[in-house]
Design a protein around this ligand. Structure first.
Ligand code: SAH
Length: 215
């Protein structure tokens, strides 16, 4: 029997997102629209809407739906922004960001992951304003900088200075910072030449590798 994906999505939005404080109506709508099951490996499709990360192979995971929604909400996107995502993975979060912003570049350091994201975004018709690049996103993506918003989907030892430099003023960067296996999700806002941050939540992401990540 084929699951009723739309019903599962609605339930996920209600129980995992709205009840936990995701309030941005555009974020809730995007999470209700984007078929997460299309970004999950075929053999794990039945658990697409569980309250968990899903393994993607190569030791990587698609974040828990709540984390994808929270990061998107923290960016306070209105629909016009140019966004960089570091850590394309399956392309799911990039599809969500694409529904919320003007244009998205998502970058992955593992070429096979970039290819997976590209295929998933294309198959779901979400690639009109989302570009996938293979490369070291700890160094940002100078070709399209500056960005109004940057979302980092892997845990960093520190905020990479190059990413902060590629953030427009005003702009917002969300990034997990801390140890290899547990971090705090920081929300940095650049405004009038100054950058301030607050901690949104505790979290656990796979490590950010590369030149300004874990070596
Ligand atoms: N946002 C993804 C999940 C990302 S998992 C989704 O929705 O499916 C984290 C990803 O970060 C992995 O694919 C990993 O290869 C990638 N990654 C780790 N270090 C990186 C770096 N320096 N630059 C770009 N991608 C990186």
């Amino acid at each position: 029997m084929i699951p009723d994906w739309a019903a599962e999505r609605s339930e996920m939005v209600e129980k995992q997102l709205r009840r936990r404080g995701i309030r941005d109506a555009r974020v809730l709508r995007a999470m209700r629209e984007i078929p997460r099951e299309e970004f999950v490996p075929a053999e794990l499709r039945l658990v697409s809407y569980q309250d968990d990360p899903v393994p993607l192979g190569y030791g990587q995971t698609i974040s828990q739906p709540y984390m994808t929604a929270l990061m998107a909400q923290e960016l306070e996107l209105t629909g016009t922004e140019s966004v960089l995502e570091v850590g394309a993975g399956s392309g799911y979060a990039a599809a969500v960001l694409g529904a919320l912003a003007g244009a998205v570049v998502t970058i992955d350091i593992v070429p096979a992951m970039a290819q997976l994201a590209r295929e998933n975004l294309h198959r779901t018709g979400r690639d009109s304003n989302v570009t996938v690049v293979a490369g070291d996103g700890s160094l940002g993506y100078a070709e399209r900088a500056p960005f109004d918003a940057i979302s980092v989907a892997a845990g960093a030892p520190e905020v990479p200075p190059t990413l902060l430099a590629q953030l427009r003023d005003p702009g917002c960067l969300v990034i997990p910072v801390g140890q290899m296996d547990d971090q705090e999700l920081r929300v940095l806002r650049k405004c009038d030449g100054r950058t301030e941050f607050r901690v949104s939540t505790l979290c656990r992401f796979v490590p950010l590798r590369g030149g300004e990540g874990w070596s």
